[in-house]
Design a protein around this ligand. Structure first.
Ligand code: 13P
Length: 249
């Protein structure tokens, strides 16, 4: 089994003092971690977190689909690289929902990330309405297909996060069986596109916490987690890292 990847998505949370306290507490507890651990932080804090990251990998939450130029407010892949960023979330449902990001934009962002040597964490996931209408598989496959179509030659370099929209920040988690079923669909889709699909990390995200992480992470095709709320509390995030470490062979 490959090493799990546990990534925290701080979303629009944090502050200089709070970040420092959180990073200090995380690093104090990471010594025995047998998982890759990353924090995806708001762009203004990249330099602070780069300096204090210790054993954590640095991640960003978004990047521009453009290379450079007159795009006020945007942050480029090259800029992220300069700050030592390794991972960048693309296509989070909050970006799709509140900022109108289409499958095509998400695919182009993933392409920018890959071209700059960053690892895009590509998020896919269905809404409650889509799940209830029996469209889950169709939705996640469509979202991932756009990324595969544009990036097929280096698709094994991406990370995919399955984040059912109805489970994000709601305290409702997909059952391990529900999550595994979607992960298996995504794995098969990746296998059809790449001979190296087995090494791609497929993360689950959506109310993952200290209590439910072990069971989710034990599923065959769940290679880690993308954690929102629980990544802001050191003991909770460290418990999830410990659950991942316990599964390392
Ligand atoms: P929560 O863990 O707060 O549900 O958020 C999940 C998420 O959106 C991570 O990207």
């Amino acid at each position: 089994m490959k090493k799990k990847l546990i990534a925290g998505n701080w979303k629009m949370n944090g502050g200089l003092a709070a970040n420092e306290a959180l990073l200090t507490a995380l690093n104090a507890g990471l010594d025995s971690a047998r998982a890759d651990v990353a924090v995806c932080v708001p762009a203004p804090y990249l330099s602070q977190v780069a300096a204090l990251r210790g054993g954590l990998e640095l991640g960003a939450q978004d990047l521009s689909a453009h290379e450079a130029g007159a795009y006020t407010g945007e942050v480029s892949a090259a800029m992220l690289r300069e700050f030592g960023v390794r991972y960048v979330i693309v296509g989070h449902s909050e970006r799709r929902q509140y900022h109108g990001e289409t499958d095509d934009v998400v695919a182009r962002k993933a392409q920018r990330a890959l071209a700059a040597g960053l690892v895009p964490i590509v998020c896919v996931g269905e809404t409650l309405e889509q799940r209830e209408a029996g469209q889950t598989e169709q939705v996640v496959k469509r979202q991932l297909a756009a990324v595969i179509h544009l990036n097929g030659h280096c698709i094994s370099e991406i990370v995919v996060a399955y984040e059912p929209v109805w489970a994000i920040g709601t305290g409702k988690t997909a059952t391990p069986q529900q999550a595994q079923a979607v992960h298996a669909v995504l794995r098969a889709q990746l296998q059809a596109a790449s001979a190296h699909a087995d090494r791609i990390h497929l993360l689950y995200g959506g109310s993952m916490n200290a209590a439910n992480a072990a069971e989710l992470l034990a599923q065959t095709d769940i290679d880690g987690g993308l954690i929102g709320g629980a990544s802001l509390k050191a003991p909770d995030f460290l418990s999830i890292v410990a659950a991942a470490s316990a599964l390392a062979t």
